[in-house]
Design a protein around this ligand. Structure first.
Ligand code: PLP
Length: 406
C-alpha cells in the first residue's frame, strides 16, 4: 500500500469554521424563532456588475461560433488581460511588462502553489494572525517542520501583529529566506503604510529575503499613505512577488481569476553559487501544471479594467466599506476597541476580559450575531474577533441595531 505524504499528517485539522457552524446550528435549534446574522463570512454578497455580465455574454457567444471559438489559451493568460493589468500598474507609476504578469484562477491557488519553487529547507516567516494558506501550503511541502501547540510549527518564524506594534510586523532576530506579507490584511483589516512597507523592502534587499506580497484587498484602500502595490516602493521588483485577485475587487469569488506578478529583476539562489530568475521558473511551473484561466473569465476580468467596469466595481467596494464604517461606529459606541475596516472589509475587535471564543458566544447568545474568533487565525489572534463587512446592507443595518443593545 502506498504511504501518504507524511507532511499532510502534520496539518492541523481545520476546525475553525466547522466549530462555528456547529455552535450556530445548536443555537438555531434551541432558539428557532431567532434570526442569526453572520458577520463571519469572507465571501462577497453583491452580484457581478453589468460591465462584467456583458463581457461574459459576449465571450460565451464567441465560444459558440467556429470563427471566434477559443480552445486552450496561453498558460500565462491572454495578452489582452495582461496588458490591461500592466496599464493599471502604470497609473500607479509602476513599470511592469505583460510577461511579468501571470493570470491564474485565484490568489489562493497562486499563493498556495508558489512555494513549490523553493527548497524545502527554506526558512519561512509569516505574520500572526495569518491567512492560513501561507502556513498550510508550506506545511504540506515539509517546510514548516513539526506541529506544536496552538496550531504552530517549529520551523516557521512567527511575526506577531498586535495592537502593541500597531499591527506592523517587526523584523525577526534572524533573517528568514521568505516572508509572507498581506496588506490590507486578512484578518486584522489593517494595512502597511508607505514607511512600514519601505522598511520591509529595505530589510529584504539587505538580507536577501524574498517577500511574497498578498494584495488581494488592494481595492479597499482609502487612505493616501497606503501603497496599492509593493512595487510603488523603490527596489521592490528585486525582492517581491505580488499576488492580486478579482474576488473581492469585482465579486469573482465564484468566477475565479487572479494575477501574480513576477518581475524579471527577481532572482533567487540556484544553490550552486549562482542565481536563477523566478519569472522563468514560475512560467515553467504554470506551463507544466496549469492550462490557463478560462477565456470567458479573462474577458470578464478585462471588463473590470475599463472605465465603466472600474467605476461599477469600485461602487460595490464603496458599499462594503460603508458597511465597515457603520459597524466600526456601532462597536466603538459600545466602548469596544476596534481596528481595521478603513482600508479593508475586515474589522478586528478586542475582546477585553474574555477570550475570543467567549466573546463569540456572548455575541451569538445576546444579539444573535456570528463573528470569527481571532484565535482561529493564530496565537496572536487570541483576544480579538473578526467581523466582515461583506453582508448585505439590510443585514448589516440589522446587525448594527442589535449591537446597540449589546
Ligand atoms: N489572500 C487573502 C488574504 C484572502 O483573504 C483570500 C480570500 O479570502 C485570498 C487570498 C484568496 O482569494 P481568491 O478568491 O482569489 O482565491
Amino acid at each position: 500500500m502506498v504511504q501518504v505524504n507524511q507532511h499532510y499528517l502534520s496539518l492541523q485539522k481545520s476546525y475553525l469554521f466547522t466549530d462555528i457552524a456547529h455552535k450556530v446550528a445548536a443555537y438555531r435549534k434551541a432558539h428557532p424563532d431567532q434570526r442569526v446574522i453572520s458577520l463571519g463570512i469572507g465571501d462577497v454578497t453583491r452580484p457581478l456588475v453589468p460591465a462584467v455580465i456583458e463581457a461574459l455574454h459576449a465571450a460565451v457567444d464567441e465560444m459558440g461560433r467556429a470563427e471566434s471559438f477559443h480552445g486552450y489559451g496561453p498558460e500565462q493568460g491572454y495578452a489582452f488581460l495582461r496588458e490591461a493589468i500592466v496599464r493599471d500598474y502604470a497609473n500607479l507609476g509602476v513599470s511592469l511588462g505583460p510577461d511579468e504578469v501571470f493570470i491564474g484562477d485565484g490568489a489562493k491557488s497562486d499563493i498556495g502553489n508558489f512555494q513549490e519553487l523553493f527548497d524545502d529547507k527554506a526558512v519561512v516567516a509569516i505574520t500572526d494572525p495569518v491567512y492560513p494558506v501561507y502556513v498550510d501550503s508550506n506545511a504540506m511541502a515539509g517546510r514548516a517542520g513539526q506541529p506544536l501547540d496552538h496550531g504552530r510549527f517549529d520551523r516557521l518564524v512567527y511575526l506577531p501583529c498586535v495592537r502593541e506594534n500597531n499591527f506592523v510586523p517587526e523584523f525577526p532576530k534572524t533573517a528568514p529566506d521568505i516572508v509572507y506579507l498581506c496588506s490590507p490584511n486578512n484578518p486584522t483589516g489593517t494595512a502597511l503604510d508607505c514607511d512600514a512597507l519601505t522598511a520591509w523592502v529595505e530589510y529584504a534587499r539587505t538580507n536577501g529575503v524574498l517577500i511574497l506580497y498578498d494584495a488581494a484587498y488592494e481595492s479597499f484602500i482609502t487612505e493616501k499613505d497606503i501603497p496599492h502595490s509593493i512595487y510603488e516602493i523603490e527596489g521592490a521588483q528585486e525582492v517581491a512577488v505580488e499576488f492580486r485577485s478579482y474576488s473581492k475587487l469585482a465579486g469573482f469569488t465564484g468566477l475565479r481569476c487572479s494575477a501574480t506578478m513576477v518581475p524579471h529583476a527577481l532572482a533567487v539562489s540556484d544553490g550552486r553559487g549562482g542565481s536563477v530568475a523566478l519569472n522563468g521558473l514560475w512560467n515553467r511551473r504554470q506551463c507544466t501544471k496549469y492550462n490557463g484561466c478560462p477565456y470567458i473569465v479573462q474577458r470578464a476580468a478585462q471588463a473590470v479594467h475599463t472605465r465603466v467596469g472600474r467605476n461599477q466595481v469600485l461602487k460595490q467596494v464603496a458599499g462594503y466599506l460603508d458597511n465597515a464604517r457603520a459597524l466600526r461606529e456601532a462597536l466603538t459606541a459600545q466602548g469596544l476597541e476596534v481596528y481595521g475596516g478603513v482600508n479593508a472589509p475586515y474589522i478586528w475587535v478586542r475582546t477585553p476580559g474574555m477570550d475570543s471564543w467567549a466573546f463569540f458566544d456572548e455575541l451569538l447568545n445576546r444579539v444573535q450575531l456570528v463573528c470569527t474568533p481571532g484565535a482561529g487565525f493564530g496565537l496572536s489572534g487570541e483576544g480579538y474577533v473578526r467581523l466582515t463587512a461583506f453582508g448585505t446592507p439590510e443585514d448589516t443595518a440589522e446587525a448594527i441595531e442589535r449591537l446597540k443593545t449589546f
